[in-house]
Design a protein around this ligand. Structure first.
Ligand SMILES: Nc1nc2c(c(=O)[nH]1)N[C@H]1C(S)=C(S)[C@@H](COP(=O)(O)O)O[C@H]1N2
Ligand SMILES: [Mo]
Length: 199
């Protein structure tokens, strides 16, 4: 049984710390983008889940706004070693979006406006672990941070949290995304320091 400190949020960790191995704390909010910032007006924004059989489930911005939202407070961890604790978001849980989806797939490839992709097991997007986030710290999500909406999967390194998210492709076999193809770890658990292939 670890030491319980007042105000402690999140799962207790070995050493009673919320900082994964090799990470340091940052107070700022660095911008990390592999290319230019796409600008997607909300009246042209849509989000599509495509199953392994090609069936599509679509949400317009108005559809997304009409769904119940959550306000998760989470710690985020970038593979370049900064972590930010207690960030506050608003978004729709992927459990909500997946309720009507009929699929036998085990894998997901996330697609962004601008062409970025990242892969993860479908189960990592479910059970209260992931959101389509559209507000950060009480404000509309800024374009450089992925606005109008980004994926938020805080239990994996932050490169899995695709900015400007456009859709999720469900797959029967795993397919690496942009950074995973370039040598980053396929899964990316910050607590096991899975930064690069072979870690
Ligand atoms: N579409 C897209 N999503 C992305 C990236 C990117 O380059 N393009 N970078 C990833 C990486 S490496 C990190 S650390 C975070 C950075 O998010 P931030 O710029 O809001 O801090 O976004 C992730 N999602
Ligand atoms: Mo990153």
């Amino acid at each position: 049984m670890g030491i319980v400190s007042p105000g402690f949020q999140g799962r207790p960790r070995r050493g009673d710390t919320r900082l994964p191995p090799g990470q340091y704390l940052t107070e700022g909010f660095p911008v990390l983008s592999a290319g230019p910032t796409p600008r997607i007006p909300t009246d042209r924004w849509e989000f599509v889940i495509t199953t392994e059989t090609g069936q599509e489930y679509r949400w317009s911005w108005a559809d997304l706004m009409a769904l119940p939202s959550e306000t998760p407070t989470v710690d985020i961890h970038c593979v370049t070693k900064w972590s930010k604790l207690g960030t506050i978001w608003q978004g729709v849980s992927l459990d909500t979006l997946f309720t009507e989806v009929d699929s036998a797939a085990d894998f997901a490839l996330v697609h962004s406006y601008g062409g970025y992709t990242t892969n993860l097991p479908l189960e990592d997007l479910l059970d209260g672990q992931a959101w389509i986030a559209y507000r950060y710290e009480g404000e509309a999500l800024a374009p450089e941070h992925g606005g109008p909406a980004r994926l938020l999967v805080p239990h994996l390194y932050f490169w899995k949290s695709a900015k400007w998210v456009r859709g999720i492709q469900l797959l029967l076999t795993d397919e690496p995304g942009f950074w995973e193809t370039a040598g980053y770890h396929n899964y990316g658990d910050p607590w096991r320091e899975q930064r690069y292939q072979g870690d």
